[in-house]
Design a protein around this ligand. Structure first.
Ligand code: PMP
Ligand code: GLN
Length: 383
């Protein structure tokens, strides 16, 4: 493995899931749902698979899927031309990697917010660029928000892009309008590209609103907006993602993407198109049920002695392990499957400053209620 990729030899999700399987633990480590997506979507996929639709789809993605993505994006008041401004990818993961590979190179800096989804650092490294990490900071009311002073300080003449994820994995933070306004202003002022990871766009709670950065003044033409079907329709294994951007930026990302996977998921693409057009009511029910699951798991974790942080979106809550007498959540996490029969992920593995984040564990609540209850039951016996 070349030196720049050596820190990325394995992912925490693969390791933690393997440990969970070995100890027959309840896996609240890796974020994936344990129920299926809408029946109409699965039926559509089945019809494609058995209808002889099993060869390469077109390079930019099936036209009906690009049209459906365009219609879906209209919910934010934004128009994207399905022919030139949308590209279907192998999940958001490929979209992020292809975007960075296409738009950044050696000498360029990419600003990343920690804690960050693990693929970001690896994708920046694959592009040969440098990551500049800024953090989330705690507000007076105990919420997390972007450290805008740190963002201003991190921008240099070499800064090419800002990579932003809201709703935010792993903390569940949903960035506010005021904060995004300032990010947008800085991107325009310094002529930066914004890469926005919006895979949890529908999974926001308590009336929080997902605001795409591309909707702010001056941002439409400099933002690569990324999303994916996995979290919206409970099909994380399908790996159907997409980008919405300008014709120039889409063409650039396509140049990289075509030599990474070329295309993928052909027979699944019509099903995602169907779901985007017809299953948003199903998604609303999912959102409501996830909010209840967040509450269920949070209450259980508090009962078990953790200090739970607020989560306004995603699949995740984070919890401080110090009230239970532990200092380092990672030490606890790597022994938790064996000790308690539960798997969770330490937040510090998503950071460049592990000491600042070492008290937190991330738990996924995108599970059936009985699975959440079983995990809580086991965690109550931890100390
Ligand atoms: N971004 C974030 C923040 C995620 O949590 C995930 C995975 N769950 C991804 C990207 C990857 O999405 P996909 O499975 O569509 O590649
Ligand atoms: N996105 C999921 C999570 O954060 C896992 C994805 C993966 O396993 N790479 O848990």
């Amino acid at each position: 493995l070349v030196p720049r990729l050596r820190p990325f030899a394995s992912t925490v999700f693969a390791e933690m899931t393997a440990l969970a399987v070995r100890h027959d633990a309840v896996n609240l480590g890796q974020g994936f749902p344990d129920t299926d997506g809408p029946a109409g979507m699965l039926e559509t996929a089945k019809n494609s698979l058995f209808g002889g639709d099993n060869q390469y789809p077109p390079g930019p993605g099936r036209p009906e899927l690009r049209a459906a993505i365009s219609r879906h994006r209209q919910r934010y008041g934004a128009s994207y031309d399905p022919d030139t401004e949308i590209l279907v990818t192998a999940g958001a993961t490929e979209a992020i990697a292809a975007t960075l590979i296409a738009l950044t190179e050696s000498g360029d800096e990419v600003i990343v917010v920690e804690p960050y989804y693990d693929s970001y650092a690896a994708a920046v490294a694959m592009a040969g660029a440098q990551r500049r990490v800024i953090g989330l900071v705690e507000t007076e009311n105990g919420q997390l928000e972007l450290d805008l002073d740190a963002l201003r300080d991190a921008i240099t003449p070499n800064t090419r892009a800002v990579l932003l994820n809201s709703p935010h994995n792993p903390t569940g933070t949903v960035f506010s309008r005021a904060q995004l306004e300032e990010v947008a202003r800085l991107c325009v002022e310094h002529d930066l590209i914004a890469v926005t990871d919006e895979v949890y766009e529908h999974l926001v709670f308590d009336g929080a609103e997902h605001l795409p950065l591309a909707s702010f003044p001056g941002m439409r033409e400099r933002t690569v907006a990324i999303s994916s079907a996995g979290k919206t329709f409970n099909c994380t294994g399908w790996k159907i993602g997409w980008i919405c951007s300008t014709p120039e930026l889409v063409a650039a990302v396509k140049a990289a993407k075509q030599f990474i996977t070329f295309v993928s998921g052909g027979p699944l693409q019509p099903a995602v198109a169907y779901a985007l057009d017809n299953e948003l009511e199903w998604v609303e029910n999912l959102r409501v049920s996830l909010q209840e699951k967040r509450d269920r798991l949070s209450a259980g974790l508090v009962d078990a002695g953790f200090a739970v942080r607020p989560s306004a979106g995603t699949y995740f809550v984070t919890a401080d392990v110090r009230p239970l007498g532990f200092e380092d959540a990672a030490e606890l996490a790597w022994t938790l499957p064996e000790r308690a029969g539960v798997a969770a992920v330490p937040v510090k593995v998503f950071t460049d400053h592990p000491d600042e984040w070492k008290h937190l564990l991330r738990f996924a609540f995108c599970k059936r209620n009985e699975v959440i209850d079983e995990a809580v039951e086991r965690l109550r016996k931890l100390v």
